[in-house]
Design a protein around this ligand. Structure first.
Ligand code: ATP
Length: 234
């Protein structure tokens, strides 16, 4: 479904991503893990049209995404939940959710889909008419995921959804991701929380200093635990 080949992202003289290649099949859950500054966010930015790569290719269902605007890429079904969630704090939960549906082509099932997300995340129903800025970090993460799902994405990219959350909220986020995986949603999860990501992902790519340092199924990565420890910090 998604194919990234020999991707390079530069910021001036710094090559933040070098020669990164990976693939994501339909219904797969792929983790991109690695320490701070490894190039994970820059990789997602190149896929979603937020930065222009200096080399390499990104194709989605055989079509190049390079040179397309972030909006065009969202309309093709690639939805990014960025680090920090980008919730509009002065807008209500309901208003934030309605922004998620602007990219969808089929509006006939919108009411049903909204109901499904409110069942999935009951807290969003409780705070439906409340400004989203009053929600906790974990609740805002739930809102960001629900908003993305209302756009009927064909692939969901998440950048560090567990960052800064309390342990119970981290559990809740990973539980939701596990459910989405079981529903067949195609997911790319960027995380520093390597252990939790390996638990839920089918396959992982470990990035370090802008390059793919290790790749394999989650079982294979765990089997090379000594290597993983060196790259993942334990
Ligand atoms: P983090 O977990 O901190 O987000 P990351 O693995 O996502 O890390 P990136 O954010 O992609 O890594 O950063 C990779 C490198 O590129 C880092 O050295 C970072 O300082 C640098 N970098 C990222 N964004 C920019 C930018 N807009 N301008 C200049 N350098 C940048």
């Amino acid at each position: 479904m998604l194919k990234v080949e020999n991707l390079e992202v530069r910021y001036g003289r710094l090559a933040a991503v070098r020669n990164v290649s990976f693939e994501v099949g339909k219904g797969e859950f792929v983790g991109l893990i690695g320490p701070n500054g490894a190039g994970k966010t820059s990789t997602l930015a190149a896929i979603t049209g937020l930065v222009s790569p200096s080399a390499g290719s990104v194709t989605f269902d055989g079509e190049s995404l390079l040179g397309r605007s972030p909006e065009q890429i969202v309309r093709r079904g690639v939805s990014l939940i960025p680090e920090g969630r980008q919730i509009f704090g002065t807008l209500t939960v309901a208003e934030n959710l309605s922004l998620g549906s602007t990219a969808r082509s089929d509006r006939s099932t919108l009411a049903d889909d909204l109901e499904r997300e409110l069942e999935r995340f009951p807290i969003l129903r409780t705070y439906y008419d409340t400004p989203a800025g009053r929600l906790s970090g974990g609740e805002q993460q739930q809102l960001a995921i629900a908003r993305a799902l209302l756009g009927q994405p064909r692939m969901l990219l998440l950048d560090e959804p567990s960052l800064g959350l309390a342990p119970l909220m981290i559990d809740a986020v990973f539980e939701v991701l596990t459910h989405l995986r079981d529903e067949g949603v195609t997911i790319v999860l960027v995380e520093q929380n390597a252990a939790r990501t390996i638990e839920v992902a089918d396959r992982c790519y470990v990035l370090r200093s802008g390059e793919v340092a290790l790749t394999g199924s989650s079982d294979e990565i765990l089997a090379t635990a000594d290597v993983a420890a060196a790259y993942l910090g334990g």
